[in-house]
Design a protein around this ligand. Sequence first.
Ligand SMILES: Cc1cc2nc3c(=O)[nH]c(=O)nc-3n(C[C@H](O)[C@H](O)[C@H](O)COP(=O)(O)OP(=O)(O)OC[C@H]3O[C@@H](n4cnc5c(N)ncnc54)[C@H](O)[C@@H]3O)c2cc1C
Length: 442
Amino acid sequence: MTSRAQVKNQQPLGYPGTWYASTLTDHRVRPKYRGPSKTEIVVIGAGLAGLTTALECLRVGKSVTVLEAKRIGWGASGRNGGFVVAGFAEEVTHLVKSVGLEKAQALYGYSRMGVEYVREQISLLDPTLMTGQGVIGVSRHLASADFDQERDFLRTYCDHEVEKWNPQKTRSVLNSQCYFDALSDPEGFHIHPLNYVRALGREVERLGGQIFENSRVDRLVLSTEIKKCWIGNEVISSNTVVLCTSAYDRQLVRAVAGAVLPVATHVAVTEPLTRKTNPILTGSAIADTRRAGDYYRMVDEGRLLWGGKITTRKRPPRRLAAEMKRSYCATYPSLQEVNVDYCWSGLMGYAVHKMPIIGELEPGLWVATAFGGHGLNTTAMAGCLVASAITDRDERWRDFSHFSAQWVGGPLGRVGVQASYWLMQLKDKMDERRSRMRLGNA
Ligand SMILES: Cc1cc2nc3c(=O)[nH]c(=O)nc-3n(C[C@H](O)[C@H](O)[C@H](O)COP(=O)(O)OP(=O)(O)OC[C@H]3O[C@@H](n4cnc5c(N)ncnc54)[C@H](O)[C@@H]3O)c2cc1C
């Protein structure tokens, strides 16, 4: 199986060659850092965590400078699947085991607050950023009882209504023999993430914040009163620093870098599908429930955006386009003739507990990181919590203190995660095979 050789991978204006970068609505490049030498708050990293924190500090009148090593949204925030949906990288039922029901309910509530925050910003800043409503979680094996349990848990304990679909209904919307039951969440939605990041950036500047691109912070010098961020030979001082560098920084604060495991995942965008070949008969986003499953949705011009696979290798596979094509054809054989136009990889930051690390590491040094593959809503709520802690001594961030920065095991940790991913894949394949055998189509 081959993919079209000329995958569009130019790097438009310093962004990776994603479909998102090729559909940017604003191309402005921000300057490199050139002062002021002092400010109240410095935010390091202009992804969704950094820009939301900056925006919420500005909204209550603080002065904020954002320093970004590359371009705003250059990291995971500008190249993800675009799904905005409640929850965390860790499942809520696992949270009940680790922190108890009441705290798990509160945490789930924060994750929904993040969803609503993104919805509000979009309606305020640019409603065209919303690309579709609804997120469908679909199973590749018979999962009726599990989905009943999950739906009932969300209804009873989280006041969140999701709808369960049987295999017949699922396959009437997603024309694939691979799928069985589904849970449809009407509250979730999907967006153009890079244009959203850029809309946040423009709002930060409208409120008087400064954003510098191509301004990597190489060194942090911390004292109780004053924090100094060094960008090459330039320095900026502030009372408060917020670290939002995710998996793209391995050195600024050792305890944080060592607690965030970089995990890569990949996305492909196909050439436009014709109505005849399109087996996806919904405008909602879809994610399968395997431990590291596929996630996809239709985007403009009738293209399929297909994400999936994880690896702890930081370099993308050499034949990424072909691998991604193999992946969507395995689910939808009718897409054999549909080629990949764009493909790319990005790094997610994971903590050992699969929950975000949010809090004050020492007086005036804050961190919001490790959102894993569930960052669109959780960066939003983290940005709000950190900003309100800094500006109003709001203590709600302490609800996350159970999930501290713990060492993830360095290179050995990476090997361990890769091995457990392979094991998960094997378990998923066995589940799928068992379901097909039960239905007599193995
Ligand atoms: C391919 C992919 C698909 C995904 N799909 C989804 C999805 O559909 N839904 C969902 O909820 N989540 C998804 N995620 C996860 C989500 O995108 C991330 O959790 C979230 O964007 C993390 O945001 P962030 O601001 O913490 O980090 P990032 O967006 O990675 O931003 C960190 C920024 O810090 C900058 N930086 C690093 N070091 C320095 C330094 N020393 N000085 C200055 N700047 C620095 C980097 O350049 C970068 O711009 C996906 C992730 C990937 C990679």
